[in-house]
Design a protein around this ligand. Sequence first.
Ligand code: NAP
Length: 321
Amino acid sequence: MKALTKEFKTVFIFIDTDKHASPFDILATIDVLPEAAIIKYENVTVEDAEKIVYDAMFPRGPEGVKHTKIFINGRNFELTNEILEKIKKCMFPPFELSVVIDPRGAYTTASAAVAKTLEISIVKGLGGLEGKKVAVLAGTGPVGQTAARLYAFEKAKVIVTSRDLKRSMAVAEKINEEVKEDRAKGVEAKTPEEMGAAIKDAEIILAAGAAGVQLLPLNTLKEYGRSCRIVADINAIPPLGVEGLKPTWDGKEVIPNVFGVGALAIGVLKNAIEAKMIKMAAEEPKGIFDYKVAYQIARELISKKLEEGKGKSESGKHWLP
Ligand SMILES: NC(=O)c1ccc[n+]([C@@H]2O[C@H](COP(=O)([O-])OP(=O)(O)OC[C@H]3O[C@@H](n4cnc5c(N)ncnc54)[C@H](OP(=O)(O)O)[C@@H]3O)[C@@H](O)[C@H]2O)c1
Protein backbone atom coordinates (compact mmCIF):
# COMPACT_ATOMS: atom_id res chain seq x y z
CA MET A 1 0.00 0.00 0.00
CA LYS A 2 1.25 3.49 -0.89
CA ALA A 3 2.29 5.58 2.15
CA LEU A 4 0.09 8.56 2.83
CA THR A 5 1.81 11.87 2.21
CA LYS A 6 0.33 14.93 3.78
CA GLU A 7 0.22 18.35 2.12
CA PHE A 8 0.69 21.19 4.60
CA LYS A 9 -0.81 24.61 4.12
CA THR A 10 1.43 27.60 4.93
CA VAL A 11 0.14 29.29 8.08
CA PHE A 12 1.30 32.69 9.34
CA ILE A 13 0.64 33.30 13.05
CA PHE A 14 0.69 37.03 13.84
CA ILE A 15 1.81 37.76 17.39
CA ASP A 16 1.07 41.43 18.00
CA THR A 17 1.74 43.38 21.19
CA ASP A 18 -0.89 46.01 20.27
CA LYS A 19 -4.62 45.97 20.95
CA HIS A 20 -5.27 45.51 17.23
CA ALA A 21 -2.96 43.54 14.94
CA SER A 22 -1.66 45.64 12.06
CA PRO A 23 -3.70 45.08 8.87
CA PHE A 24 -0.67 46.44 6.95
CA ASP A 25 1.45 43.34 7.46
CA ILE A 26 -1.46 40.90 7.29
CA LEU A 27 -2.46 42.34 3.91
CA ALA A 28 1.16 42.31 2.74
CA THR A 29 1.34 38.61 3.65
CA ILE A 30 -1.95 37.81 1.87
CA ASP A 31 -0.73 39.58 -1.27
CA VAL A 32 2.51 37.58 -1.31
CA LEU A 33 0.85 34.29 -0.32
CA PRO A 34 -2.84 34.29 -1.29
CA GLU A 35 -3.12 30.58 -0.36
CA ALA A 36 -1.74 30.99 3.18
CA ALA A 37 -3.89 30.90 6.28
CA ILE A 38 -3.56 33.72 8.81
CA ILE A 39 -4.05 33.45 12.58
CA LYS A 40 -3.67 36.54 14.77
CA TYR A 41 -3.17 37.13 18.49
CA GLU A 42 -3.31 40.62 19.96
CA ASN A 43 -2.17 42.29 23.20
CA VAL A 44 0.41 39.50 23.47
CA THR A 45 2.84 39.44 26.42
CA VAL A 46 6.10 37.47 26.61
CA GLU A 47 4.34 34.77 28.67
CA ASP A 48 1.48 34.57 26.15
CA ALA A 49 3.97 34.31 23.27
CA GLU A 50 5.68 31.34 24.92
CA LYS A 51 2.37 29.47 25.26
CA ILE A 52 1.28 30.32 21.70
CA VAL A 53 4.58 29.15 20.22
CA TYR A 54 4.65 25.88 22.19
CA ASP A 55 1.11 25.18 20.97
CA ALA A 56 2.12 26.02 17.40
CA MET A 57 5.28 23.88 17.38
CA PHE A 58 3.92 20.38 17.89
CA PRO A 59 0.49 19.62 16.30
CA ARG A 60 1.75 19.31 12.70
CA GLY A 61 4.83 17.24 13.58
CA PRO A 62 8.42 17.81 12.33
CA GLU A 63 7.28 18.13 8.69
CA GLY A 64 4.31 20.38 9.34
CA VAL A 65 6.23 22.77 11.57
CA LYS A 66 8.25 23.78 8.49
CA HIS A 67 5.04 25.30 7.10
CA THR A 68 4.09 27.20 10.27
CA LYS A 69 5.44 30.77 10.44
CA ILE A 70 5.46 33.45 13.15
CA PHE A 71 5.27 37.21 12.48
CA ILE A 72 6.08 39.35 15.55
CA ASN A 73 4.64 42.84 15.40
CA GLY A 74 3.72 45.80 17.62
CA ARG A 75 4.51 49.37 18.51
CA ASN A 76 6.43 48.37 21.65
CA PHE A 77 9.93 47.88 20.24
CA GLU A 78 11.45 46.43 23.42
CA LEU A 79 8.56 44.02 24.03
CA THR A 80 8.61 42.68 20.46
CA ASN A 81 12.32 41.95 20.88
CA GLU A 82 11.77 40.27 24.25
CA ILE A 83 9.16 38.09 22.56
CA LEU A 84 11.65 37.19 19.83
CA GLU A 85 14.24 36.16 22.44
CA LYS A 86 11.64 34.05 24.27
CA ILE A 87 10.55 32.35 21.04
CA LYS A 88 14.17 31.56 20.13
CA LYS A 89 14.55 29.85 23.51
CA CYS A 90 11.35 27.81 23.04
CA MET A 91 12.44 26.25 19.74
CA PHE A 92 14.66 23.17 19.40
CA PRO A 93 15.38 20.76 16.52
CA PRO A 94 13.33 19.55 14.70
CA PHE A 95 10.62 21.86 16.04
CA GLU A 96 11.91 25.15 14.67
CA LEU A 97 9.91 27.73 12.77
CA SER A 98 10.56 30.70 10.51
CA VAL A 99 10.08 33.87 12.56
CA VAL A 100 9.66 37.32 11.00
CA ILE A 101 10.04 40.40 13.22
CA ASP A 102 9.24 43.89 11.90
CA PRO A 103 7.84 46.03 14.74
CA ARG A 104 5.25 48.24 13.00
CA GLY A 105 7.44 48.26 9.89
CA ALA A 106 10.49 49.69 11.68
CA TYR A 107 12.99 47.15 10.34
CA THR A 108 11.88 47.22 6.72
CA THR A 109 11.44 51.03 6.77
CA ALA A 110 14.86 51.69 8.33
CA SER A 111 16.49 49.24 5.90
CA ALA A 112 14.82 50.99 2.97
CA ALA A 113 15.82 54.46 4.20
CA VAL A 114 19.49 53.55 4.72
CA ALA A 115 19.66 51.65 1.42
CA LYS A 116 18.10 54.58 -0.48
CA THR A 117 20.77 56.94 0.86
CA LEU A 118 23.41 54.37 -0.12
CA GLU A 119 21.89 54.16 -3.61
CA ILE A 120 21.90 57.94 -4.08
CA SER A 121 25.44 58.11 -2.73
CA ILE A 122 26.64 55.59 -5.31
CA VAL A 123 24.64 57.10 -8.17
CA LYS A 124 26.01 60.58 -7.42
CA GLY A 125 29.58 59.25 -7.28
CA LEU A 126 29.95 59.77 -3.53
CA GLY A 127 30.85 56.14 -2.78
CA GLY A 128 29.64 53.77 -0.04
CA LEU A 129 28.68 54.52 3.56
CA GLU A 130 31.92 53.54 5.29
CA GLY A 131 33.45 56.57 7.04
CA LYS A 132 30.55 58.86 6.06
CA LYS A 133 29.25 61.32 8.65
CA VAL A 134 25.54 60.72 9.15
CA ALA A 135 22.97 62.52 11.31
CA VAL A 136 19.81 60.58 12.21
CA LEU A 137 17.35 63.21 13.43
CA ALA A 138 14.96 62.07 16.19
CA GLY A 139 16.75 58.74 15.98
CA THR A 140 15.23 57.40 19.19
CA GLY A 141 12.08 55.81 17.74
CA PRO A 142 12.00 52.25 16.38
CA VAL A 143 12.77 53.34 12.79
CA GLY A 144 15.48 55.87 13.73
CA GLN A 145 17.27 53.54 16.17
CA THR A 146 17.35 50.77 13.59
CA ALA A 147 18.59 53.12 10.85
CA ALA A 148 21.33 54.48 13.14
CA ARG A 149 22.36 50.89 13.95
CA LEU A 150 22.54 49.98 10.25
CA TYR A 151 24.67 53.05 9.47
CA ALA A 152 26.99 52.06 12.33
CA PHE A 153 27.23 48.50 10.98
CA GLU A 154 28.19 50.12 7.67
CA LYS A 155 31.04 51.84 9.58
CA ALA A 156 29.58 55.34 9.21
CA LYS A 157 30.00 57.90 12.02
CA VAL A 158 26.52 58.51 13.35
CA ILE A 159 24.98 61.37 15.31
CA VAL A 160 21.62 60.50 16.90
CA THR A 161 19.51 63.48 17.91
CA SER A 162 16.66 63.68 20.40
CA ARG A 163 14.82 66.36 22.34
CA ASP A 164 16.34 64.63 25.34
CA LEU A 165 20.11 64.17 25.69
CA LYS A 166 19.80 61.05 27.85
CA ARG A 167 17.54 59.31 25.31
CA SER A 168 19.93 60.02 22.43
CA MET A 169 22.93 58.91 24.48
CA ALA A 170 21.19 55.67 25.49
CA VAL A 171 20.57 54.79 21.83
CA ALA A 172 24.17 55.65 20.86
CA GLU A 173 25.59 53.63 23.75
CA LYS A 174 23.59 50.54 22.81
CA ILE A 175 24.75 50.79 19.19
CA ASN A 176 28.40 51.22 20.19
CA GLU A 177 28.15 48.12 22.39
CA GLU A 178 26.79 46.16 19.44
CA VAL A 179 29.39 47.31 16.90
CA LYS A 180 32.14 47.20 19.57
CA GLU A 181 33.43 50.63 18.54
CA ASP A 182 32.55 54.27 19.21
CA ARG A 183 30.68 55.00 16.00
CA ALA A 184 27.50 56.62 17.38
CA LYS A 185 27.05 59.74 19.48
CA GLY A 186 23.89 61.12 21.04
CA VAL A 187 23.15 64.85 21.03
CA GLU A 188 20.24 66.97 22.18
CA ALA A 189 18.51 69.00 19.45
CA LYS A 190 15.32 70.86 20.26
CA THR A 191 15.80 74.27 18.64
CA PRO A 192 16.72 74.99 14.97
CA GLU A 193 20.15 76.18 16.24
CA GLU A 194 20.76 72.91 18.11
CA MET A 195 19.58 71.00 15.04
CA GLY A 196 22.00 73.14 12.98
CA ALA A 197 24.88 72.18 15.28
CA ALA A 198 23.91 68.50 15.01
CA ILE A 199 23.94 68.50 11.19
CA LYS A 200 26.95 70.79 10.75
CA ASP A 201 29.37 68.06 9.61
CA ALA A 202 26.84 65.52 8.30
CA GLU A 203 27.22 64.32 4.73
CA ILE A 204 23.98 62.37 4.99
CA ILE A 205 20.94 63.44 7.03
CA LEU A 206 18.03 61.10 7.76
CA ALA A 207 14.97 62.64 9.40
CA ALA A 208 13.36 59.82 11.40
CA GLY A 209 10.86 61.75 13.49
CA ALA A 210 7.26 61.01 14.38
CA ALA A 211 4.55 61.43 11.77
CA GLY A 212 3.56 65.06 11.16
CA VAL A 213 6.59 66.61 12.89
CA GLN A 214 8.92 68.99 11.04
CA LEU A 215 12.49 68.47 12.28
CA LEU A 216 14.58 70.36 9.75
CA PRO A 217 13.49 73.79 8.45
CA LEU A 218 14.88 74.61 5.01
CA ASN A 219 16.75 77.64 6.35
CA THR A 220 18.56 75.47 8.91
CA LEU A 221 19.60 73.06 6.15
CA LYS A 222 20.79 75.99 3.98
CA GLU A 223 22.68 77.67 6.82
CA TYR A 224 24.28 74.69 8.56
CA GLY A 225 24.15 71.85 6.03
CA ARG A 226 27.29 72.84 4.13
CA SER A 227 28.74 69.31 4.23
CA CYS A 228 25.41 67.67 3.40
CA ARG A 229 24.98 65.92 0.05
CA ILE A 230 22.01 63.63 0.78
CA VAL A 231 18.92 64.28 2.89
CA ALA A 232 16.15 61.71 3.44
CA ASP A 233 12.84 61.90 5.27
CA ILE A 234 10.64 58.99 6.37
CA ASN A 235 7.68 61.06 7.54
CA ALA A 236 4.99 61.12 4.83
CA ILE A 237 2.43 63.06 6.89
CA PRO A 238 2.44 66.88 6.69
CA PRO A 239 4.16 68.81 8.00
CA LEU A 240 7.01 66.73 6.60
CA GLY A 241 10.24 66.05 8.49
CA VAL A 242 12.40 68.12 6.13
CA GLU A 243 10.92 71.34 4.80
CA GLY A 244 11.00 71.50 1.00
CA LEU A 245 11.61 67.76 0.45
CA LYS A 246 8.58 66.19 -1.25
CA PRO A 247 7.62 62.57 -0.35
CA THR A 248 7.94 61.36 -3.98
CA TRP A 249 11.40 62.79 -4.57
CA ASP A 250 14.03 60.20 -5.34
CA GLY A 251 17.34 62.02 -5.72
CA LYS A 252 16.01 65.47 -6.69
CA GLU A 253 17.96 68.48 -5.37
CA VAL A 254 16.38 70.09 -2.29
CA ILE A 255 18.96 72.87 -2.48
CA PRO A 256 21.82 72.93 -4.99
CA ASN A 257 23.99 69.82 -4.58
CA VAL A 258 21.88 68.30 -1.77
CA PHE A 259 19.91 65.33 -3.08
CA GLY A 260 16.60 64.49 -1.43
CA VAL A 261 14.83 61.17 -0.83
CA GLY A 262 11.22 61.41 0.34
CA ALA A 263 9.05 59.08 2.40
CA LEU A 264 7.11 57.62 -0.51
CA ALA A 265 10.29 56.79 -2.44
CA ILE A 266 11.49 55.01 0.72
CA GLY A 267 8.06 53.38 1.10
CA VAL A 268 8.23 51.73 -2.34
CA LEU A 269 11.49 49.99 -1.39
CA LYS A 270 10.13 49.17 2.10
CA ASN A 271 7.18 47.30 0.56
CA ALA A 272 9.48 45.37 -1.80
CA ILE A 273 11.73 44.37 1.13
CA GLU A 274 8.77 43.23 3.21
CA ALA A 275 7.31 41.16 0.36
CA LYS A 276 10.68 39.45 -0.19
CA MET A 277 11.16 38.79 3.52
CA ILE A 278 7.69 37.21 3.84
CA LYS A 279 8.39 35.04 0.77
CA MET A 280 11.77 33.95 2.17
CA ALA A 281 10.21 33.09 5.54
CA ALA A 282 7.53 31.07 3.78
CA GLU A 283 10.04 29.14 1.68
CA GLU A 284 12.66 28.49 4.36
CA PRO A 285 11.76 25.78 6.89
CA LYS A 286 13.24 27.82 9.76
CA GLY A 287 15.18 31.00 10.51
CA ILE A 288 14.96 34.48 12.02
CA PHE A 289 14.01 37.22 9.55
CA ASP A 290 14.91 40.46 11.31
CA TYR A 291 16.50 43.85 10.51
CA LYS A 292 19.73 42.24 9.33
CA VAL A 293 17.88 40.14 6.78
CA ALA A 294 15.72 43.14 5.82
CA TYR A 295 18.82 45.24 5.18
CA GLN A 296 20.53 42.50 3.22
CA ILE A 297 17.45 42.27 0.99
CA ALA A 298 17.51 46.08 0.64
CA ARG A 299 21.15 46.03 -0.45
CA GLU A 300 20.48 43.25 -2.92
CA LEU A 301 17.54 45.13 -4.45
CA ILE A 302 19.62 48.30 -4.73
CA SER A 303 22.59 46.40 -6.21
CA LYS A 304 20.32 44.78 -8.79
CA LYS A 305 18.81 48.14 -9.74
CA LEU A 306 22.24 49.74 -10.10
CA GLU A 307 23.60 46.82 -12.12
CA GLU A 308 20.62 46.90 -14.47
CA GLY A 309 20.68 50.68 -14.76
CA LYS A 310 24.23 51.87 -14.57
CA GLY A 311 26.53 48.88 -14.31
CA LYS A 312 28.09 50.05 -11.06
CA SER A 313 27.30 48.87 -7.59
CA GLU A 314 28.81 47.43 -4.47
CA SER A 315 28.46 43.69 -3.91
CA GLY A 316 25.35 42.69 -2.01
CA LYS A 317 27.26 40.26 0.21
CA HIS A 318 26.19 39.76 3.80
CA TRP A 319 28.56 41.88 5.88
CA LEU A 320 26.58 42.33 9.08
CA PRO A 321 27.78 40.35 12.11
N1 NAP B 1 7.72 55.48 4.78
C1 NAP B 1 7.30 54.35 5.35
O1 NAP B 1 7.10 53.33 4.69
C2 NAP B 1 7.13 54.30 6.88
C3 NAP B 1 6.84 53.09 7.58
C4 NAP B 1 6.77 53.11 8.97
C5 NAP B 1 6.96 54.32 9.63
N2 NAP B 1 7.18 55.45 8.91
C6 NAP B 1 7.40 56.75 9.54
O2 NAP B 1 8.65 56.70 10.17
C7 NAP B 1 8.70 57.70 11.17
C8 NAP B 1 9.34 57.13 12.41
O3 NAP B 1 8.54 56.08 12.93
P1 NAP B 1 8.72 55.68 14.45
O4 NAP B 1 7.65 54.70 14.78
O5 NAP B 1 10.14 55.32 14.69
O6 NAP B 1 8.40 57.11 15.10
P2 NAP B 1 8.08 57.56 16.59
O7 NAP B 1 8.62 56.56 17.55
O8 NAP B 1 6.64 57.89 16.67
O9 NAP B 1 8.90 58.92 16.67
C9 NAP B 1 10.30 58.98 16.43
C10 NAP B 1 10.89 60.07 17.30
O10 NAP B 1 10.34 61.34 16.95
C11 NAP B 1 10.53 62.22 18.05
N3 NAP B 1 9.33 63.02 18.26
C12 NAP B 1 8.10 62.60 18.62
N4 NAP B 1 7.25 63.63 18.72
C13 NAP B 1 7.97 64.74 18.44
C14 NAP B 1 7.67 66.14 18.40
N5 NAP B 1 6.43 66.58 18.64
N6 NAP B 1 8.65 66.99 18.08
C15 NAP B 1 9.90 66.57 17.81
N7 NAP B 1 10.26 65.25 17.84
C16 NAP B 1 9.30 64.37 18.15
C17 NAP B 1 10.80 61.34 19.27
O11 NAP B 1 12.15 61.55 19.63
P3 NAP B 1 12.59 62.24 21.00
O12 NAP B 1 11.42 62.17 21.93
O13 NAP B 1 13.75 61.42 21.45
O14 NAP B 1 12.95 63.63 20.63
C18 NAP B 1 10.60 59.93 18.77
O15 NAP B 1 11.45 58.99 19.38
C19 NAP B 1 7.26 58.19 11.34
O16 NAP B 1 7.13 59.45 10.71
C20 NAP B 1 6.44 57.14 10.63
O17 NAP B 1 5.23 57.67 10.11
C21 NAP B 1 7.30 55.47 7.57
